[in-house]
Design a protein around this ligand. Structure first.
Ligand SMILES: Cc1ncc(COP(=O)(O)O)c(C=O)c1O
Length: 401
């Protein structure tokens, strides 16, 4: 049985006909920039998230850049964020000329360690970007208290968390601004790139709308140096079809996560993903297990560590990944290298000692196949094999000890 880590083929066989009709309709009507489909999607997404304004744009990365620019964050400013995220979170900060300041994560939830934030704040700090990673919501109650105390803005990175909630509020409606991605693998994905900014501050919304279209409040007037970052109308039409199923797909993801939790055996090597708190309604964009790396040491240069331990397959995580692959079960590592250790940041100094959990977790994480249409039989096959492989690995480790 071959199982992909993610596929859209099954979803397409269910709703493909509606998508084709929606795309054909756009092509026939000839409204290729802005117009009905965009306005309809922005309205539906605003109701889903619980905000007054949605500004659609070309990607989640652009959404983050627009949010930072909306607060005039730029050269010399600092923005606090985790290093365990997709690169775009920090990249957006650097793109506007500011500097990312990384805090470590809680190794059980993979979310930023809120207790580290205050020690990283100084007069240059302007904002915090929490990442609701893998669909697991950050503690927004604590975070808002810190932001208020230090007069900082909160830009929520909700790229992986459409539909996730903290308490009774959707992520993306709790901080000052929310940033979403509609990359195909996200909870709500289009057929290419797409993104959106959410806010309930109307003057911010107006500025973001201008920034997204050449800094222009009306044709041929330009208030800012902006961007050309619009959601494509064909993508909006596809999202208008797909948004109707979002609640059903989230329920399916939650059921799949529950199944994995039931089916995977306890093993000293293994840690199952933990939802942040009872207040966090997790939408499980990914189901990420950890396979312990007892030999981890951060004394080495990280890239050297990556070369020796990860690429050369010395971790129990990599053993599990390759054994699963041998029997057709494909998994993914989100993320193998922390952002602060990327070559792109080789000229910046980051205090690695403050980022120990981030570095260790990158050698331990493994995302199991997760998409709303995966069957129970497939999950059973994955879990039974995973249980067997880890048991075998445990025995090998005991013999060689
Ligand atoms: C946490 C996070 N932030 C930002 C982004 C960027 O979104 P996009 O790929 O739409 O630019 C992603 C996309 O993978 C992401 O996972």
């Amino acid at each position: 049985m071959k199982i992909p880590p993610f596929t859209l083929e099954r979803q397409y066989s269910e709703i493909g006909h509606d998508i084709e009709n929606a795309v054909l309709n756009v092509l026939q009507k000839g409204q290729y920039i802005g117009g009905y489909e965009i306005a309809k999607f922005e309205d539906s997404f605003a109701s889903l998230i619980g905000v007054t304004d949605v500004i659609s744009c070309n990607s989640g990365t652009d959404a983050l850049v627009l949010a930072l620019r909306a607060f005039d964050i730029g050269h010399g400013d600092e923005v606090i964020t985790p290093s365990f995220s997709f690169f775009a979170t920090a990249e957006a900060i650097s793109l506007v000329g500011a500097n990312p300041v990384f805090v470590d994560i809680n190794p059980d939830t993979f979310l930023l360690n809120i207790n580290q934030i205050e020690s990283r704040i100084n007069s240059r700090t302007k904002a915090i970007i929490p990442v609701h990673l893998f669909g697991n919501a950050v503690d927004m109650t604590k975070l808002k208290l810190i932001a208020k105390k230090h007069n900082l803005k909160i830009i929520e990175d909700c790229a992986q968390a459409t539909g996730s909630m903290w308490g009774s509020n959707n992520v993306g409606s709790i901080g000052d601004i929310g940033c979403f991605s509609f990359f195909p693998t996200k909870n709500l994905g289009c057929a290419g790139d797409g993104g959106a900014v959410t806010t309930s501050d109307q003057s911010l919304a107006q500025k973001i709308r201008e920034l997204a279209v050449h800094g222009s409040p009306k044709r041929y007037s330009h208030n800012h140096i902006g961007y050309n970052t619009r959601l494509d109308v064909i993508q909006a039409a596809i999202l208008n079809v797909k948004i109707k199923s979002i609640k059903k797909w989230i329920k399916a993801r939650q059921k799949i996560a529950d199944n994995y939790i039931q089916l995977i055996d306890k093993n000293a090597l293994l840690r199952l993903p933990q939802t942040n708190s009872e207040l966090s309604c997790n939408t499980w964009n990914q189901f990420v297990i950890k396979v312990q790396n007892e030999n981890f040491s951060n004394t080495k240069n990280y890239l050297e560590l990556f070369e020796t331990d990860v690429i050369k397959n010395k971790t129990s995580r990599n053993f599990l990944k390759s054994e699963l692959l041998k029997i057709g079960i494909n998994t993914i590592i989100y993320y193998p290298i922390p952002i602060h250790a990327q070559l792109a940041y080789k000229d910046k100094f980051f205090d690695k000692d403050l980022l120990l959990n981030t570095e260790k977790v990158c050698t331990e994480v493994l995302s199991l196949p997760m998409f709303p249409e995966i069957t129970f039989e497939e999950q059973l096959h994955i879990s039974e094999n995973l249980n067997l492989i880890l048991k075998k690995y445990d025995q090998i480790a005991q013999i060689s000890a």
